[in-house]
Design a protein around this ligand. Structure first.
Ligand SMILES: [Zn+2]
Length: 198
């Protein structure tokens, strides 16, 4: 952590084994509250070198400011959504199309908000791939950082152990990945690591 210029109150271990055998690690938080958390289940499976490589991956998320970038993206999306609501609230077709008569002499803000919340989820579905793509891009960046700071082959091994233990497929459908996956499939991650882990 020192080597990567990361100052935090400590390295956290979560007693995930109480609930399931699922193994994972993650980075979260901002400023003094930022932290890397390992599941105890993951520590049990990995060699010290592999733990270091996973830690380096999580620190890659910190180095690239991924938490902040994610928040900015969420704020941007929220702002766009609220701007759309503001515009729709002034359009009488928005009400009539949904079978409601707006009150022409007064503001319909509460009505617009209710209709908007009912109508938006099916359209929000199409925002999903954008956020998933951003997330997958961040994973590649964190992997590249980890390969520069620790051993790329250790990271590759850790990744394979993680997928084996969580019984997730190594070869998911590419279209499904584009739409839903927040993490690239291991085959793509390993291919991207190859040039680093010679
Ligand atoms: Zn990651």
């Amino acid at each position: 952590m020192q080597r990567c210029g990361f100052s935090a109150k400590g390295l956290f271990v979560m007693d995930g084994s109480r609930r399931s055998a699922h193994a994972n690690a993650y980075f979260t938080g901002l400023g003094a509250a930022k932290r890397v958390v390992f599941f105890d289940t993951l520590l049990k499976q990995l060699s010290p070198g592999e733990v270091e490589a996973v830690l380096a991956h999580e620190l890659g998320h910190f180095k690239h400011h991924h938490v902040t970038k994610r928040m900015v993206a969420m704020f941007g999306l929220s702002l766009a959504g609220l701007a759309l609501l503001g515009w729709l609230a002034g359009q009488s077709w928005f009400y009539t199309a949904l079978g409601v008569q707006p009150n022409l002499g007064a503001p319909n803000d509460a009505l617009a908000l209710l209709l908007f919340m009912l109508a938006v989820p099916p359209f929000g579905y199409f925002v999903l791939p954008l956020m998933a793509q951003l997330s997958r891009k961040h994973e590649f960046e964190a992997d590249a950082y980890a390969c520069a700071q620790a051993s790329g082959s250790d990271l590759a091994n850790a990744l394979l152990k993680l997928h084996e233990d969580n019984a997730s497929t190594l070869t998911p459908d590419p279209l499904y990945v584009r739409f839903y996956y927040s993490h690239p499939p291991p085959s793509e991650r390993l291919a991207a690591m190859k040039p680093h882990s010679a």
